[in-house]
Write a protein that binds this ligand. Structure first.
Ligand code: ZN
Length: 118
């Protein structure tokens, strides 16, 4: 992992505020590591500028708190919500992610962020 840490994929302001323990199991950490090496690091390299993770792993309690669907890949550490800070940048990011491995790639809320899952 070059550009991303497990820590930034499990960090959550909602979890902090509500006192939710979002510590992942080892299988989830393995999935997060794969997500970084297969998708996030290569995407960051291709972008040439920072990508912010809005949401990565969510334990069931956190997923409910943010209104995520029960089948969400976020629960397995297979998904991340990403933003470059602008819709134009996110459009470029979307195009880059389209060429990398993924099972879901979703343009969210008019491009406010991009959801990717492996
Ligand atoms: Zn998502």
């Amino acid at each position: 992992m070059k550009y991303f840490s497990i820590d930034e994929l499990i960090r959550s302001s909602v979890a902090s505020v509500r006192g939710i323990d979002n510590t992942p199991q080892e299988s989830v950490v393995n999935n997060l590591s794969r997500l970084v090496s297969m998708v996030l690091d290569p995407a960051r390299e291709a972008m040439g500028s920072p990508i912010t993770v809005n949401s990565g792993y969510r334990c069931p309690e956190l997923n409910r708190a943010v209104g995520g669907v029960a089948s969400s890949y976020h629960l397995q550490g297979r998904a991340a919500d990403l933003t470059t800070g602008s819709v134009a940048g996110n459009r470029r990011l979307m195009a880059i992610l389209g060429k990398l491995p993924h099972r879901e790639l979703i343009w969210e809320r008019g491009g406010r962020w991009v959801h990717v899952a492996i």
